[in-house]
Structure formats: C-alpha cells, structure tokens
Design a protein around this ligand. Structure first.
Ligand code: ZN
Length: 139
C-alpha cells in the first residue's frame, strides 16, 4: 500500500521563494534591506520600517526551544504521532515553528539547544526540522 505524504504548505508569491531555498538545503531568513531586521514567516513588508525591499540570510540552524506542543490528535495519514512542534529562537534573532525530531515527547524542555536539518520526505518534499543538540563530553 502506498504511504500517504505530508500535507503541503500553501506557497505563493510571498513565501514560494522560501520553500525553493529549503529545497536547496538552506534555511533562509528574510531580512529587510532597509533596516536589516530579520523576519519569519516571509511577508512582503517590514513591520519595523514598512520597507518592501528585502533579501535573506542563511541561518546557521542553531537555536533554543522557546515553546512547544505535542500533537496527538487529529491524526492524518502520512505523519507519525505524537508530533512535537517547537517554536525555536534562532541564534540569528528570529523565531521559527517546526517539528522536533529524534526526541521523546517527555524529554523536550524550554531552552533546550536544538539545530536544524533539512529533511527530505519519501515523496521528495523537503522541510526544515530540528533535533536536540547533545552536549559533547568535555563541554
Ligand atoms: Zn525594515
């Protein structure tokens, strides 16, 4: 039996570019060209200075869990439950929502160090997910 795939996010003129970068294994963060403030999710106008000019930076991928929730229901085909959804404070200074993988739901904590990887689903769709940074011995 063919496995169902993940529900795809809507992609339009304001955020399609972001998903294209992710497909190239980059975690992009939109940046205002006028005041340099970072913003996510992508949108046309800077909420600080109202500039419509923007570019983006490549996030290093490191961050810390600001908040999280664990999804148990409703369960859609193509996902394995429970799903941990985290709001991550990126080191660059903006936040992103994503799935936390390689972590037991009982182990997730506020402030936990995480880092990103671009995950490729079985149907070829790529999306950023985060996983816990395990402190190396001697650190
Ligand atoms: Zn701005």
């Amino acid at each position: 039996m063919e496995q169902s795939s993940r529900i795809k996010p809507p992609m339009g003129p304001d955020n399609g570019w972001w998903w294209q970068e992710v497909a190239n294994d980059v975690l992009p963060i939109q940046r205002c060209k006028n005041c340099q403030v970072l913003r996510h999710p992508p949108r046309p106008m800077c909420d600080q200075c109202r500039s419509m000019e923007w570019d983006f930076v490549r996030a290093g991928g490191g961050g810390a869990v600001f908040s999280y929730t664990v999804l148990e229901h409703p369960q859609f085909p193509g996902y394995s439950y429970p799903i941990i959804i985290v709001l991550v404070d990126l080191e660059e200074g903006t936040r992103i929502t994503a799935e936390l993988v390689d972590c037991d739901p009982g182990e997730v904590e506020f402030g936990m160090a995480v880092t990103v990887r671009i995950q490729e689903d079985s149907d070829g769709f790529k999306l950023p997910v985060f996983y816990p940074v395990i402190a190396q011995e001697g650190e």
